[in-house]
Design a protein around this ligand. Structure first.
Ligand SMILES: C[S@@+](CC[C@H](N)C(=O)[O-])C[C@H]1O[C@@H](n2cnc3c(N)ncnc32)[C@H](O)[C@@H]1O
Length: 306
């Protein structure tokens, strides 16, 4: 659970919640449900206990009870940082909401930031930046970029890869802890803690000649708005390059891992609507899960020259 949620404000409820978490870890689901129900009698408006109850009920295949508890969590969680709405969408097989609640993504990555590079690169074999650099080389040769925008820059792995061929790099990310690390990397001329769509709206038209997003669109739903925003900030001839998780069927899907995957047809349609020309759409896996490559796509598109 998130750092912000360590206390309900009631010492007895906190203790029961702590025991319930221990039972959950041991797999005693019935015992955990019992303790969480007692916790919620003391603090009925405490979202983390509703989330834990929902997860315990789901693990017991009690979907109706799980749905009810996720709904209660959603109602108590003002800014949506626990992601209950996503779990409800997943349970119902819906690809909504169209984007993850910003507070959910920010707290997810604030918690992840200290171990992000080690876990992702060493344990999951993460190759997002390398895949994008190869794709840029394959489609744009040795072209040098004057001004690059790194969407969802995280700790700065993409900036490090890009530094060889971009004069100035700007990064934006929702998570302050990730941005702090990106700043320490020294590869960015400008860093902003903010939401991608909002940042694109705020940026001047035609102000970049490269926009990249490595393993970031998995946290967005439909790609129409972000591709449209990128097209607006790109100068004529500018390039958009990104990776996604690949959806075999359907345009956009929300997976059990609470990441979105995107189908090739959806991507082509978004690029087309935004007036970008497709230069590359190829299969490429950015990371492994349970030892297997996660199916993915790498995409490079270009804004026409005037
Ligand atoms: C898996 S990390 C990838 C980081 C980096 N691009 C890399 O390749 O190492 C995804 C990053 O995207 C950020 N992110 C996700 N959705 C976002 C949004 N809507 N606006 C801004 N940042 C977002 C997260 O905070 C996180 O740092």
């Amino acid at each position: 659970m998130n750092r912000r949620d360590h206390s309900s404000g009631d010492i007895l409820a906190d203790r029961r919640f702590g025991y319930a978490e221990a039972l959950l870890a041991e797999g005693d689901l019935a015992g955990a449900v019992d303790l969480l129900t007692q916790t919620l009698e003391l603090v009925p408006g405490w979202a983390p206990a509703w989330m834990a109850l929902a997860m315990a009920e789901e693990r017991q295949n009690q979907s109706a009870k799980a749905r009810e508890a996720y709904s209660r969590a959603e109602a108590c969680d003002q800014d949506g940082h626990l992601g209950a709405a996503l779990h409800l969408a997943r349970l119902d097989g819906r690809a909504t909401p169209p984007a993850m609640p910003p507070a959910y993504v920010a707290s997810l990555f604030d918690d992840y930031a200290p171990r992000f590079d080690r876990h992702l690169v060493d344990e999951l074999g993460y190759r997002g930046p390398a895949i994008l650099m190869d794709a840029l080389h394959g489609t744009c040769g040795d072209r040098r970029f004057r001004r690059a925008l790194d969407l969802g820059c995280g700790t700065g792995l993409m900036g490090a890869a890009l530094a060889r061929r971009a004069d100035r790099i700007e990064g934006v990310d929702l998570s302050p802890a990730m941005v702090e690390r990106a700043a320490a990397s020294g590869f960015y001329e400008r860093l902003v803690v903010g939401e991608i769509g909002h940042h694109l709206d705020e940026s001047a038209p035609a102000s970049f000649d490269l926009v990249v997003a490595a393993d970031v669109f998995v946290y967005l739903g439909g790609l129409g708005p972000v591709v449209e925003g990128a097209a607006r900030v790109l100068a004529p001839g500018g390039v958009l390059a990104f990776t996604t998780q690949k959806a075999d069927d359907g345009a956009v899907r929300l997976g059990d891992d609470l990441r979105f995957s995107h189908g090739a047809d959806h991507i082509r349609a978004a690029l087309n609507t935004a007036g970008l020309g497709l230069k590359l759409l190829a299969e490429a896996s950015t990371r492994r899960e349970a030892g297997k490559p996660v199916p993915g796509l790498v995409v490079v598109a270009q804004k026409p020259y005037l």
